[in-house]
Design a protein around this ligand. Structure first.
Ligand code: SAM
Ligand code: SF4
Length: 471
């Protein structure tokens, strides 16, 4: 008998990939995917812990399932992802009708847990060890990579795929839960990565995005010596069928000249570099324990400008971190103005239980001040993004077409012309009028107009030279 699963995913690309993996696994165990919780035998929530707001949204979504479970006790409800690892028993306490809690390092256990739940063994929990629960190697082993056979039908587009090259994080920025929820940093073996990339290419992936919390710090020591990020990119570049290789997220201190030169010399590797600065103030960076100063960041930035002048660089910023003064904040404004990032993701600081900042620092920036700084920084970034996008008007960019835009999704599915969307190799979003069959093609688009987040263009028509042939 076929069983049905509904999955709701929030958070980062790692979560999107984890959901794809879990679904691929469940399909092999006889499940089919449905679009609404109402139709599902199994409801899975893949959660994020990065900020309190993300967690509260999940708890509120879970709260709404109380009645569903009362009416349909045969339905199984599972919570996976970072909040599962962080909150563990708390989830059962706050939402007693949840049947399974699974941390991101234990996803392989889901089919077994389901068997136990459905055979009446009661609720199940599978989480990894905490950072201090044992020796580093033992803790690391409990955060397993879960990378079973890939299933292209689970991806939003079959020609784009994520590929995990590194799990966990050892940087311990004082505000961040990731080193706790995802465990110690571990680079997967290059052989495993290359073989997975080959499978993806055979399945039709034209673009792969390599994932890691500090992806450019990637390292793996094997019998033939050590492979770093540059070495890995060289090996991936040889794979037939792949056209683009992207990677996120980068750590400023590990953006070496060797890596930048490798990116420059490998045409398939995208010169799009997401390198979060987090703050423009040395005092704040020190309290965040980011491990660099603004002078270090600028040295890295200038290295990018010299070696890869065509690169597009983007950043993350946290506003309102403990002790951030107006003067500190203005330094973040100045950094955006100096670096002219392609875009920045801006977050208001949220205290996270279990972090150094939660234990040792005071969350002293009022909520309204955080909100005002968020708006101000966004406005500066948006202005800069728009100004820089305007320079592209009249030019042509190569776009990997992803599919109909959100606007087109609402239009008539039979309409011959719809708004399509895609991305340039530097990760700029482009929309143009086209048709649904163009999804998965690389096309030249001439840019007519821009906003701060989007380039608007039309398919570049190639002049056809008549050869004077009949008919
Ligand atoms: N590993 C990546 C890095 O170091 O840039 C990204 C990790 S995190 C998933 C993505 C972003 O969330 C971070 O870059 C940071 O800006 C933000 N973030 C992390 N912890 C936060 C917190 N406690 N409050 C607000 N934003 C936070
Ligand atoms: Fe969190 Fe810092 Fe690691 Fe990024 S580098 S995941 S912000 S601890």
């Amino acid at each position: 008998m076929t069983k049905t699963v509904y999955i709701k995913t929030v958070g980062c690309q790692m979560n999107v990939l984890d959901s794809e993996m879990v679904i691929a696994d469940l399909k092999r165990h006889g499940y089919t995917v449905v679009d609404t919780p109402g139709e599902a035998d199994l409801l899975l929530y893949n959660t994020c812990s990065i900020r309190e707001q993300a967690e509260e949204k999940t708890y509120s979504a879970l709260g709404k399932l109380k009645e569903t479970k009362a009416r349909h006790p045969e339905k199984t409800i599972g919570v996976m992802g970072c909040m599962a690892q962080k909150d563990q028993e708390t989830i059962f306490r706050r939402a007693p009708f949840v049947d399974m809690v699974v941390g991101p390092g234990q996803l392989h256990a889901i089919p077994d847990m389901l068997t136990k739940v459905t055979s009446g063994e009661g609720r199940q929990m599978a989480v990894s060890l905490g950072r201090k629960d044992g020796k580093q190697t033992v803790v690391a082993r409990s955060h397993e990579t879960f990378d079973p056979l890939r299933d292209p039908t689970m991806r939003p587009t079959p020609f784009q795929a994520y590929l995990r090259i590194q799990i966990g994080c050892d940087k311990f920025c004082t505000y961040c839960v990731v080193p706790n929820t995802r465990g110690p940093e571990q680079g997967r073996s290059p052989e495993e990565i290359v073989s997975e990339a080959r499978v993806l290419a055979e399945q039709g992936a034209l673009e792969i995005t390599l994932l890691g919390q500090t992806v450019n710090s990637y390292r793996h020591r094997g019998p033939d010596g050590e492979t770093d990020m540059a070495g890995l990119l060289e090996r991936l570049h040889d794979i037939d069928g792949l056209k683009r290789i992207k990677f996120v997220t980068n750590y400023p201190k590990d953006m070496t000249a060797r890596l930048l030169e490798t990116i420059r010399d490998l045409p398939k590797v995208s010169p799009y570099l997401h390198v979060p600065a987090q703050s423009g103030s040395d005092a704040v960076l020190k309290r965040m324990k980011r491990g660099y100063t603004i002078a270090d960041y600028m040295e890295m930035f200038e290295r990018i400008e010299t070696i890869l002048p065509e690169a597009s660089v983007s950043s993350d910023f946290i506003v309102g971190f403990c002790g951030e003064t107006d003067e500190d904040f203005q330094k973040s404004v100045k950094l955006i103005e100096r670096c002219r990032f392609k875009n920045s993701f801006i977050f208001q600081y949220s205290v996270r239980e279990g972090t150094k900042a939660a234990a040792n620092l005071i969350d002293d920036v009022p909520r309204e001040v955080k909100a005002a700084r968020n708006n101000e920084l966004l406005a500066v970034q948006d202005r800069i993004s728009k100004e820089d996008n305007q320079k592209l008007i009249g030019g042509t960019v190569e776009v990997l077409v992803e599919g109909p835009s959100k606007k087109a999704d609402k239009s008539d599915p039979e309409a011959p012309v719809v708004q399509m969307t895609g991305r340039t190799i530097c990760d700029r979003i482009v929309v143009f009028d086209g048709n649904r069959r163009q999804a998965g093609q690389l096309m030249d688009i001439q840019i007519d107009d821009v906003s701060s987040h989007t380039l608007i263009g039309r398919v570049k028509t190639v002049e056809v030279v008549s050869l004077g042939m009949p008919g």
